[in-house]
Design a protein around this ligand. Structure first.
Ligand SMILES: Cc1cc2nc3c(=O)[nH]c(=O)nc-3n(C[C@H](O)[C@H](O)[C@H](O)COP(=O)(O)OP(=O)(O)OC[C@H]3O[C@@H](n4cnc5c(N)ncnc54)[C@H](O)[C@@H]3O)c2cc1C
Length: 623
């Protein structure tokens, strides 16, 4: 019997024949027939994209999905109706399954085109350590993570003459490696292949996982911390030293407003905003020699010409030149603490154990992994993992008569703060655009049937979107799963949803004023209108009717913050203002986790500035 079961399993993927048939027929229902999703191997990619924590549940579902061929043998129209019933289910877990399968089928289907890009080959800037045996290293400071916080901390500490070891879980890619298809970029340089979500599936969680962290794949928007946010946060953000750190990071990463030629998407947004008489301004960007055309639209997949001044091309280069060692593919597991003081990091790399002994340890693994590491290291401060902010982002899209080619052009050149402060206390939203590649449209577009969806995808060249980036008052929580991965709980509060609703209306108004002939939201069902008297009001009623509960409207988080926040007391914060944890000496946090609340602006410059400030203080203590 056991042998027979084994025989029914496909050696390649561990699926039984029944599970495979179910999965292939689900993919074939979401996708159009030509080219055949089966021939493209879509079901295999869907499995690869499924987060490990969801895989067992998926396999269990696939075992019963198609009993007696009750799904695969039905005609397409019936199969589509079954999927729509999951989409519209009152049970959130079913909507989560629907969205996981929808994205898992359609992103691999539409996002696989290889780019035709020529870029001059250049020698790599970094020569990181590849761990090939069990090792023990000694240094002054071990920095975990090489993104906005970790990259800056490593650069500052190494340039102060300290011996620094950086541990980075992700791979090392340089300019010419970034000629990736959209799908390959998600698979190679995004955390969890860009398929992670909050536990209820309500918000997609995006971050980079590679040398340079999220700065390698981010959109280069470089806002300084707003003055009112600094005043609200208090020390150290109000200090003159923090001003100096803001200046230093903006200088090092080349923040400027001269390389922001508006894309056609930005032209659309500016036209609408100007028609309405609303605020519009230039986006500051951290680029040097940006192409601001086709290449620039690929910013989210890594910059193939090295124009983006990520930590990969700035602070980590400084760190290496000052002697720092950067170990790649090396995941920190826990910090060793003895007599209340941190003294080493235990890590794993390619099946080898790595032990880094250090006088001080800086955690900069991002707002999902830093709290998990703190807990794994035995810290118990109740603020660890709490106060997570996400800047939940949704979008509204317009279809225009003129071709826009929304995947091209400067990533983000303009923004509007028209609704930045909706409650008199600085909470509201920002309007921004971003390049729309096929996988991005899939993520935010409704699905009614394979045919309707394919027709929508075919309109991509004429589509332009406006993102609403919410400054959230609401908070979530990060905890570790049994396998040590982060699990995120987060629910939009009623107040935050009121602001989203204002943003939905605002974005529709901007698109309508810019001349869109059709406008649609990011709801799971088609919520759309063609401008005419009263149409927008009916659109908003329809949007409210579908609602904003998890799985009913697409939200993504590009900005992960606050999960080990700094503050004046262990009762309200996980670390002291200088980043040292309240309960363990010589253990510091220097990344997006440190924010006291949501920054309300794209956070990279703030993360770099606070890491710069606190790494400078740490260097002064250690030298
Ligand atoms: C698509 C996208 C676009 C964005 N665009 C902008 C923008 O234009 N402007 C802006 O201001 N912000 C932007 N952001 C956000 C911004 O880039 C991030 O907030 C910022 O980089 C976070 O910095 P960090 O140091 O907290 O973490 P990260 O930069 O994410 O770095 C964390 C690093 O730690 C590594 N790591 C995790 N766990 C471990 C472990 N256990 N051991 C070793 N290494 C580990 C990860 O692999 C990762 O490389 C964007 C984000 C996304 C996803």
């Amino acid at each position: 019997m056991r042998a027979a079961c084994r025989a029914m399993r496909s050696a390649a993927d561990g699926l039984t024949e029944r599970q495979r048939r179910a999965l292939e027929s689900i993919c074939a229902t979401f996708c159009p027939d030509g080219p055949s999703p089966r021939a493209l191997g879509i079901s295999d990619t869907l499995l690869e994209l499924t987060p490990p924590s969801d895989r067992t549940a998926l396999l269990r579902l696939l075992s019963v999905w198609d009993l007696g061929g009750r799904f695969s043998r039905r005609p397409r129209a019936r199969r589509e109706a079954i999927l729509r019933a999951w989409r519209d289910s009152p049970i959130a877990a079913r909507r989560r399954v629907f969205n996981g399968l929808r994205r898992g089928s359609l992103i691999p289907y539409y996002a696989r085109a290889e780019p035709t890009l020529y870029v001059d080959p250049k020698p790599p800037r970094l020569t990181p350590l590849q761990i090939e045996c069990d090792v023990e290293l000694d240094c002054d400071v071990c920095v975990v993570g090489s993104g906005a916080g970790g990259g800056v901390a490593a650069g500052v500490l190494a340039q102060a003459g300290l011996d620094v070891v950086v541990l980075e879980a992700g791979p090392h890619l340089e300019d010419t490696d970034f000629r990736l298809s959209e799908l390959a970029a998600y698979q190679r340089v995004y955390l969890g292949a860009a398929a992670l979500t909050t536990q209820d599936g309500g918000i997609g969680l995006l971050a980079g996982s590679c040398v340079g962290g999220t700065t390698t794949i981010n959109y280069t928007t470089s806002f300084r911390t707003p003055d009112d946010v600094r005043a609200d946060w208090g020390e150290p953000f109000t200090s003159a030293d923090y001003d100096a750190s803001l200046d230093a990071v903006c200088e090092r990463i080349g923040v400027n407003s001269d390389e922001g030629k508006p894309s056609k998407r930005d032209d659309v947004m500016a036209r609408g905003l100007e028609q309405l008489g609303w605020h519009v301004a230039e986006m500051p960007r951290n680029v040097r020699g940006c192409e601001q055309g086709v290449v620039c639209g690929r910013c989210g997949f890594g910059c193939p010409i090295g124009a983006k001044q990520s930590t990969l091309v700035t602070w980590l280069v400084d760190a290496q030149q000052a002697g720092a060692r950067i170990a790649i593919g090396t995941r920190a597991r826990r910090v060793r603490v003895s007599c209340g003081s941190a003294n080493a990091v235990e890590a794993a790399s390619n099946g080898h154990s790595v032990l880094v002994r250090a006088r001080a340890i800086v955690l900069a693994a991002g707002a999902l992994h830093t709290p998990v590491l703190l807990r794994a290291s035995g810290l118990s401060n109740p603020n660890i993992g709490r106060h997570l902010h996400l800047h939940p982002t949704t979008g509204v899209s317009g279809v225009f008569d003129d071709e826009i080619r929304p995947w091209e052009g400067t990533m983000q050149a303009l923004y509007s703060d028209q609704h930045r402060d909706l409650d008199g206390a600085g909470y509201g939203l920002k309007y921004e655009t971003a390049a729309v590649h096929p996988g991005v449209l899939v993520a935010f577009a409704p699905w009614e049937s394979a045919r309707e969806h394919a027709q929508l995808m075919a309109q991509l060249p004429w589509i332009s979107g406006i993102g609403l980036l919410l400054r959230d008052r609401g908070e979530g929580e990060v905890r570790a799963t049994r396998t040590g991965d982060p699990r995120v709980r987060y629910a939009l509060t009623a107040g935050d949803l009121r602001h989203v609703r204002i943003g939905l209306d605002g974005a529709a108004r901007i698109l309508e004023a810019a001349g869109a002939r059709r406008v649609f939201s990011s709801h799971s069902r088609l919520v759309a209108y063609e401008p005419s008297p009263g149409a927008r009001e009916r659109f908003l009623e329809q949007a409210d009717g579908v609602g904003y509960a998890p799985g009913r409207c697409s939200f993504y988080a590009f900005h992960l913050m606050g999960s080990a926040r700094l503050g004046s007391s262990p009762s309200n914060a996980a670390t002291k203002p200088d980043g040292e944890t309240w309960e363990t000496r010589n253990l510091y946090v220097m990344d997006g986790s440190s924010f006291p609340s949501a920054s309300g602006v794209n956070p990279m410059v703030t993360i770099e500035a606070v890491a710069h400030l606190n790494a400078t203080k740490l260097a002064a203590m250690l030298t």
